[in-house]
Design a protein around this ligand. Structure first.
Ligand SMILES: [Zn+2]
Length: 117
């Protein structure tokens, strides 16, 4: 069955995301097709803002809001600047911050080097 282009385009776009195969992509697309109008609109706004409204902290390379040079952690005078936690991804910062047990700062690598390569 040939799907209209807007539907097939969204299925193809969802399929490019990690962990989402064609079947899940189809389910999400048809869910959005039948959802109240504000849901697809809110989703589109959030996707657009993801790239336009974020930037990297110039100190630790964590993600922060566009227009800021430092993230909240680096800008905080309460943080111990002499204690640096090196993490692979921004989600690692979030996990450590949730423990509320670290008062230092971070350095986010955005990936790891493979010692084999
Ligand atoms: Zn920072």
């Amino acid at each position: 069955m040939l799907l209209p282009a807007p539907i097939q385009n969204l299925i193809d776009a969802f399929s490019r995301l990690p962990g989402i195969g064609p079947k899940t992509a189809s389910r999400l697309t048809f869910f959005l097709l039948h959802a109240p109008d504000e849901l697809p609109s809110d989703l589109a706004d959030a996707l657009n803002a993801l790239k336009t409204d974020t930037t990297y902290c110039q100190t630790c390379f964590n993600i922060t809001v566009s227009g800021r040079t430092q993230c909240e952690v680096c800008a905080s005078p309460d943080r111990d600047a002499g204690l640096i936690c090196v993490v692979e991804e921004p989600l690692d910062v979030l996990a450590i911050e949730r423990t509320d047990g670290f008062q230092g700062r971070y350095h986010v690598l955005h990936g790891a080097l493979s010692p084999i390569e």
